[in-house]
Design a protein around this ligand. Structure first.
Ligand SMILES: [Fe+2]
Length: 233
């Protein structure tokens, strides 16, 4: 009985020819899927630590991306902005719960430890190929335009533009989000504080751009999230 002929890849059954452009496209799609999976995985980690403010964070990340587009960031910067907006506080997984969940003001030693979270986030993300630049942007998301931020005390345009955008949306998110020990601020008050600190803590151009479109949508967003002005008071 003649044995069944098994095709051999190289000689009898050569690999189908795939145009270079298609191979590049396939690789780009794989890279994009991998990137999304990493973001998703880390987001779940933030959820496990209860460090994600849910729908607010997602909406704020979208607003952050719109700021980036309005300010004319390049595609690669926008990709880093998306990662940085969603994962800027990933380093907080390295901060003890006794500090993260402390009801009330942190003492000096606790605050010094809390200030390590951008460095922790950078240390983790820089290990992942393709996330090196986002890791740097995350490292600087608590810098201030007046140079009084951390970890490096950078000023104005020394601070990466992605970090300046994340800084504004992070601060806004922190102000309007409720914690177990305090209610979030009404968004009108958060807007007032953003404007008040524009040019000192926050990049004035970023604040102006953010508020130029986000303010009109806030009443809808916060009502849908169950944190309308009245419930936040
Ligand atoms: Fe942070």
């Amino acid at each position: 009985m003649a044995s069944e002929r098994i095709p051999v890849l190289t000689a009898d059954f050569p690999m189908p020819w795939v145009p270079e452009s298609l191979r590049v496209k396939q690789l780009e799609e794989q890279l994009s899927s991998l990137r999304s999976a990493v973001i998703c995985g880390f987001n779940q980690l933030l959820d496990l630590k209860d460090l994600n403010t849910g729908v607010h964070s997602t909406r704020l990340a979208e607003w952050g991306m719109r700021v980036g587009q309005e300010l004319g960031l390049e595609e690669s910067q926008l990709q880093n902005l998306e990662v940085s907006a969603l994962l800027h506080d990933i380093g907080k997984v390295g901060i003890p719960d006794s500090i993260l969940r402390k009801p009330g003001k942190l003492d000096d030693a606790e605050f010094e430890l809390m200030k390590k979270h951008p460095e922790y986030g950078w240390a983790v993300l820089r290990m992942l190929p393709g996330f090196e630049r986002a890791a740097l942007d995350i490292l600087h998301h608590h810098e201030r335009c007046d140079g009084k931020g951390y970890p490096a005390g950078l000023r104005d345009t020394e601070i990466p533009i992605v970090s300046r955008i994340v800084c504004v949306i992070d601060a806004f998110d922190a102000m309007v989000s409720s914690r177990p020990y305090r209610k979030g601020l009404p968004y009108e008050e958060a807007v007032r504080r953003l404007v008040e600190c524009s040019g000192t803590q926050f990049d004035a151009k970023v604040v102006q751009c953010f508020l130029s479109f986000a303010q009109a949508e806030m009443s809808t967003v916060f009502a849908a999230a169950g944190t309308s002005v009245s419930s936040a008071l």
